[in-house]
Design a protein around this ligand. Structure first.
Ligand SMILES: [Zn+2]
Length: 392
């Protein structure tokens, strides 16, 4: 019998449409001096563009309310973009999402997102602690050490990418170390149903949430596992990819978020992720009433996610340009055994030579994801990134 989740904040999570509208209207007025009807007339800020805006106006592009001294932490995400952690206890609003996933106060939770310079580890950490969970800050420590820690410290919860959870469970079996995971919150990469089914067969309830470092949690799954309820404390718009107008439910569009944090609120921040609202009755058997997002359907433009990290074709190109011997390159992303694999094909200029290991290291330093480099022939007009993954 798998665990169940609970509503952490029934008042907000079950409000009817009119109450939700009034609630968001009030937050929008308090934070942005705007009404909901005026929101659509405001320009969007693209995540892709944030790095440039920050460079022009260091370090936060003028979007911070109040002094840096009031913040808790400062991060640098690949891109690079600077990300503040404001003073709120659960700054990224993970509490409701973890509770829906089945995390409970007193759970010992292995948190496997990185605590180094990028915010992922701290995002989950803050939410878990706000819920009363006890965190093992495993970050990106080596697998064997994590299996030992989870086993000996009797972790009942897991937070991180679903593929790494599978790796831990399988390694635990090989090492003959019992793992006690009952509940997992999956984020930062796709959760294919085949992987969820496999993890559930180990007795682990696995639910996912959708968050970005800048906006926090925007949506999270409930027991129905059919889409992610929008977080009640932010505004999520799905905007048509061509016109920028609100997309009809069922139609794909870019996810654009508006938040009300007192230190770093964002107005119409475009994530670059593509999703769609699920049409039809919003009230869900779980009791929540917020509309649901389909999973993430893709990315607008150049960026994609591999091994839980955002990677941009333009970043790769900048690194590759430092090696004049390389005439052309292409990144190829594949997936086997629920693991992402990144490989670079490089085509050398006639007669030129290059140390592939050196290129791989330079790419890893910038991209933060390890990939192999090998010689290849790249067809004219081929995309800079060939994402061959399928998500069944
Ligand atoms: Zn639901």
């Amino acid at each position: 019998m798998l665990r169940e989740g609970v509503l952490l904040n029934p008042e907000l999570e079950t409000q009817d449409a009119a109450t939700r509208r009034a609630f968001l209207e009030k937050r929008l007025r308090e934070t942005w001096s705007l009404g909901l009807d005026e929101l659509g007339g405001k320009p969007i800020t693209r995540k892709d563009n944030l790095s440039k805006l920050q460079e022009e106006n260091l370090p936060f592009a003028g979007l911070l309310k109040g002094p840096v001294a009031r913040l808790r932490r400062l991060f640098v995400s690949p891109g690079p973009t600077h990300v503040p952690q404001g003073s709120a206890i659960d700054y990224w609003r993970f509490g409701m999402a973890f509770s829906a996933a089945g995390m409970r106060p007193g759970d010992v939770v292995l948190n496997t997102l990185s605590y180094h310079l990028t915010p992922g580890g701290f995002m989950l950490d803050a939410g878990l602690r706000s819920l009363g969970c006890v965190v093992i800050p495993a970050g990106t420590a080596e697998t064997v050490a994590q299996v030992r820690a989870a086993s000996v410290l009797q972790a009942t919860g897991y937070a991180g990418t679903p593929s790494f959870l599978r790796t831990l469970v399988l390694r635990g079996r090989e090492m003959n170390l019992p793992l006690h995971f009952q509940v997992a919150f999956a984020t930062a990469e796709m959760l294919p149903e085949s992987l969820r089914t496999e993890l559930e067969s180990f007795g682990i309830r696995v639910l996912q949430g959708y968050a970005t470092a800048d906006l926090g949690v925007l949506a999270y799954e409930c027991s129905e596992k059919s889409g992610m309820h929008l977080h009640p404390e932010c505004i999520v718009e799905i905007l048509d990819l061509e016109t920028g107008a609100p997309a009809e439910p069922g139609q794909p569009g870019q996810v654009v978020g508006t938040t009300f944090d007192k230190d770093y609120p964002l107005l119409r921040f475009a994530t670059g992720d593509v999703s769609a609202l699920i049409p039809g009755e919003a009230r869900c058997p779980c009791g929540r009433t917020a509309p649901r997002l389909k999973g993430i359907l893709g990315r607008v433009g150049d960026a994609f996610k591999v091994k839980g990290m955002f990677v941009r074709g333009s970043q790769m190109e900048e690194v590759v340009k430092r090696f004049p011997a390389i005439a052309r390159f292409q990144a190829v992303v594949t997936r086997a055994e629920h693991q992402d694999h990144l490989e670079y094909l490089v085509e050398l200029a006639p007669g030129a030579q290059v140390d592939f290991a050196q290129v791989a290291e330079a790419l890893r330093e910038t991209i933060k994801v390890r990939g192999e480099v090998r010689a290849g022939v790249i067809a004219p007009g081929a995309p800079r990134v060939d994402d061959r993954r399928t998500w069944k």
